[in-house]
Design a protein around this ligand. Structure first.
Ligand code: SAM
Length: 286
């Protein structure tokens, strides 16, 4: 039976319909298995659970390419561990679908990706991380969805990524914006960015790849993030790893915060409704 718990979690309100459908597509043998499983789940549910599962079924109905796309992007190798292999894999994923390449749960749909982006931006705003005079670095910017969304609320934002194809798409998306720039990074340091030059480093769904690249890569990136941040500048990490162990993520972040000079404001809470990323908010100590 394909991932019964993705639909169970969605029925219980613990997983958004798009995440549930993504997980179902990844686990099912074929499209027919997704359709049958969904129909059974909706028929067997009542009340609010039935409404949530009907929303998954509606996504399935209105996104005919979902299964093929999730499987193709999922097979593009983005779990690879060396930086060079990751860059190639993200190039390949972006060529298949820019939206699914940065967020598989978008199912390749710009409208679903925009909704998820808007929810993250609102959470950054609520935490007081955005202000007109501030400069930001979006590390692992992908197709630049956050650069585009945050530029109007900051004085400048730089997007950095190791994938040239992602960066081409980001430059295209943000071509009309005057206060943005993009850099191809080497994945290990932030060479080319001056010391003490930004007030916010944003890292959405990129730490899992730093962590997968090994402790030396994670540590050198963290040192570099501290170097480019001004005193009291903030580092917002959304998703630290894909280990599925919130306690281990929290311990790792607390360890590096203590060793490298960061103070923790948020310790991995999961407060978003559309995406299940955990949120760490750190302040660079003077
Ligand atoms: C899942 S995507 C997320 C993209 C973007 N943050 C977003 O949420 O739309 C991860 C991105 O991290 C980039 N990446 C992976 N390892 C990196 C590294 N060591 N340094 C910079 N970017 C990296 C990938 O190329 C990819 O664009």
């Amino acid at each position: 039976m394909p991932t019964p718990d993705a639909l169970d979690r969605c029925a219980a309100g613990d997983l958004s319909p798009m995440l549930a459908l993504m997980q179902l597509c990844l686990a099912a043998a074929d499209e027919a298995a997704v359709r049958i499983r969904l129909a059974e789940a909706v028929a067997g549910a009542e009340g609010a659970a039935r409404e949530r599962l009907a929303a998954v079924e509606e996504l399935w109905r209105t996104t005919p390419a979902a299964f093929q796309l999730v499987r193709a992007v999922g097979a593009s190798g983005v779990e690879g561990s060396s930086i060079e292999r990751l860059a190639d894999a993200f190039d390949a994923a972006s060529r298949i679908s820019p939206e699914a390449g940065v967020a598989l749960y978008s199912l390749g749909r710009p409208d679903l990706l925009d909704a998820a982006t808007a929810e993250v931006v609102e959470s950054l705003r609520r935490r007081g991380l955005l202000a007109p005079g501030r400069r930001a670095l979006d590390i692992g910017c992908g197709i630049g969805r956050f650069v585009e969304a945050l530029a109007p609320e900051l004085s400048h934002i730089t997007g950095l990524d190791i994938s040239p194809v992602m960066l081409d798409e980001a430059r295209r998306r943000c071509a009309r914006l005057a206060n943005v720039s993009f850099m191809l990074g080497n994945g290990r340091d932030l060479a080319g960015l001056p010391d003490l030059s930004v007030d916010l480093v944003l890292a959405v769904d990129v730490f899992p790849y730093l962590v997968a690249s090994g402790p030396a890569v994670t540590r050198s990136n963290l040192r570099e993030m501290r170097r480019v941040l001004r005193p009291c500048g903030r580092l917002a990490i959304l998703n630290y790893s894909y280990r599925g162990d919130d306690g281990a993520d929290r311990r790792d972040v607390e360890d590096f915060a203590g060793n490298l000079g960061f103070r923790l404001h948020a310790r991995g809470e999961r407060s978003l409704s559309l995406w299940d990323g955990n949120f760490f908010d750190l302040e660079r100590t003077p």
